[in-house]
Design a protein around this ligand. Sequence first.
Ligand code: BG6
Length: 281
Amino acid sequence: MNYSPDDIVLLDRGNDTSVVVHLHGATIISWRCAGEEMLFLSKHAIFDNLKAIRGGIPIVFPKFGPWKYGPQHGFARVLRWKLEMPPKKDKHGNVFAVFVLEDNDLSRAMWNIMFKLVYTIRLEESALHVDFSVHNTDKITFGFNCLLHNYLLTPEITRSGIIGLQNLNYKDKVKSEEDTERKEEVFIRENVDRIYNDAPNEIVIGNMAGNRTLMLKTFNFPDIVVWNPWKDKARNMIDLGDQDYRKFVCLEAGRVTHDAILKPGQSFECSQIIAAIIAVL
Ligand code: BG6
């Protein structure tokens, strides 16, 4: 990968269990769990500290999707974050690190608001836990979206079924219509781009990397976005290989349908845990 070592923070738990964070966007670009990589990172990802990194876990804030004031999905994934607390081990052997982004000239040029984002990563034996908080350090009330754009690695997308979405209403961005999910297990076999509302806080996806089932547990993230560009759209993406769409499912935890609102001095907190469970046959 063509990134500079100065841009990288490593959380190493031993036993080939680690997380790599790129300071551009505080993007987690690798999570290895007992020797298995669990996240997809495109071989064509562009590390120019300008473009959003294609893969891992980019952070979407303050806007999900196209944005009239700045880039798609906001600026948090394309600004440089500060390492507030370097990686540290607790008594259980879990490794923590804290990253911060505060408003600066670049953010204020798009969104003239004072804020502080705090991103805490905790690497456990077989789970990746992140806490995301937004603090209103301004004198005015503001609204925002936030989302963790998880690119989960799969050996073969057509075999990775998602459980936990049945009966949820969703917005289908491909067909531009609203619908209700009928399926108990959702498989991706075409271009899918959906926002599921009022999602339960546990979603499971099977047949993932390392023969693992991943459980996504969320707190204060009412929406789940499921996205894969599929063949034709992938071909037009400069930072994705032609066959790469088969290797990931974007299962994203978000607050995107309704803005979160913060008054001056208030904070908003949300979290996700991705637990990697070894499938029992
Ligand atoms: C998803 C959106 O979250 O991200 C899609 O629902 C979008 O509409 C996708 O295409 C990728 O976005 P980007 O900006 O990283 O190419």
